[in-house]
Structure formats: C-alpha cells, structure tokens
Design a protein around this ligand. Structure first.
Ligand SMILES: [Zn+2]
Length: 241
C-alpha cells in the first residue's frame, strides 16, 4: 500500500482515538458530579428525617407535660372533694375528675403511638446515616480512581497527539490539506472500499476506479463523496479466531 495512504489511515485512527479519549476526559467529572449529587440528596433526606424526629420529640415532651398537669389537677380536684358542701358540687367535681382521667388515658395512648414513631424514625436515621457513609466512601474511591484515569488519559492523548504531529510532518502539504478538507465536510476522510462499494457513502464505485484502489499505488477519491479510498480484504469471522 502507498506509504501516504498508510499514514492517512493511521492519522484518521489517531484523530478518532483522540476524540474518544477527550470525550472520556469530559465524562469523568460528570460521573463524579452524579455521585456528589447523590451524597447531597441522601444528606438532605437524612436532615428531613432528623427534623421529623425533633418534631416528634417535641410533641412527646408537650404531651408528657400535659399529663403532669392533668395529674396535678386531678390531685387538686380530689382534695376539693372533702370540702364540698352539696351533692351537686360533689357530683360536678367527680365528673370533672372523670373527664380528666379520660383525657389522661387518651394522652397516654397518643404517647405510646408517638414512641413507636420515634423508634421507627431512629431506625430510619441509622439507615440513612449508613447510606450517606457508603456513598461518601464510594465517592472517595471513585475520586482516587478517576484521578489515576484522568492522568492516564492525559498521557495517552499527549502521545497520540505527538504521533499525529509526526505523521502530519511526513505527509505532503496537499495530502494533509485534502485530508482535513474531507474530514471537515464528511466527518471522516479515509474509508474502506469493499465489494466495489465505498464504505463512506455506500455507492458502487466504477470498476476501473475500484481496480485502481485495489492497486493502491496512488490516492483515489470516491467519485461520489470524495473520501479517500483504500482496499482492505475483509476477513471472515471464523478466520479471525
Ligand atoms: Zn463515497
């Protein structure tokens, strides 16, 4: 194969590799960003549950205080029972005491429900704290991993770019310009010709042109899309092993 054509194929491979590596380079920070978002989200969930726990504890304290107040009042009223003068007054006091006892019992029930809720909330907090820790650990691990990958990718890109520069120097000005021009309009400049077909535009190449491509002693462009063609015998899958 023509040396220039070989160089062009390698140049295109390098261009593609550099493009892919630069894409990787961009995606890595995005991946980290997603994990960071997850940490923030879980921390926020944790805060919400902690807030809820505080509210539950506050309600519980209020209810317990109310119980104390009721108990005091009941004691007061009971003391008054000894000093009442009339049956009506006695009966009224008893009714009041009875009502307060009912309220006491109801408040005690409410506190039991609250205690259950508080216990469940404590468990939820434990779970969320564990989750936050896990994601933070994952984040640290990924940060370290990514740091290494970023370094590696940067080195690879540098080496590809160096090689690309060397190839560019070896290519003639005209060929280099032609390559850049086709790449600019078509996305890729060098394509395989297979079964008399340009693998860039999938048009059938005239037999004479195909023969010239097959010979490979000069640069041949596809008459339809202008891409530079090279011939490469396609191996069957079972031969590749
Ligand atoms: Zn073509």
């Amino acid at each position: 194969m023509l040396k220039e054509l070989e160089l062009l194929i390698r140049l295109q491979t390098l261009d593609e590799l550099i493009k892919a590596k630069e894409k990787d380079q961009k995606e890595i920070p995005q991946n980290l960003e997603e994990i960071k978002k997850k940490v923030a989200m879980t921390e926020k969930e944790l805060e919400e549950i902690q807030k809820k726990l505080k509210e539950l504890e506050l309600t519980r304290r209020k209810k317990e205080k109310y119980l104390d107040e009721l108990a005091e009042k009941i004691t007061d009223k009971k003391a008054k029972l000894f000093n009442v003068k009339t049956n009506e007054e006695y009966a009224a006091l008893l009714r009041e005491i009875e009502k307060m006892k009912e309220e006491t019992s109801q408040t005690e029930d409410e506190i039991i429900i609250l205690l259950d809720e508080i216990e469940v909330t404590h468990k939820l907090i434990e779970e969320k704290e564990k989750k936050v820790k896990e994601i933070e650990e994952l984040l640290r691990k990924k940060e370290k991993e990514f740091e290494e990958i970023v370094d590696k990718i940067a080195q690879e890109i540098e080496s590809f770019k160096n090689e690309r520069e060397e190839i560019r120097q070896q290519l003639g000005d005209d060929t280099r310009k032609l390559y850049e021009k086709i790449k600019g309009t078509r996305g890729n400049a060098v394509v395989r010709a297979s079964n008399k077909t340009c693998m860039g535009c999938f048009m059938e190449i005239p037999p004479q042109t195909f023969l010239e491509v097959k010979k490979g002693d000069k640069l041949i462009q596809c008459p339809f899309c202008g891409r530079i063609l090279f011939f490469w015998e396609e191996k069957k899958e079972d031969e590749e092993g």
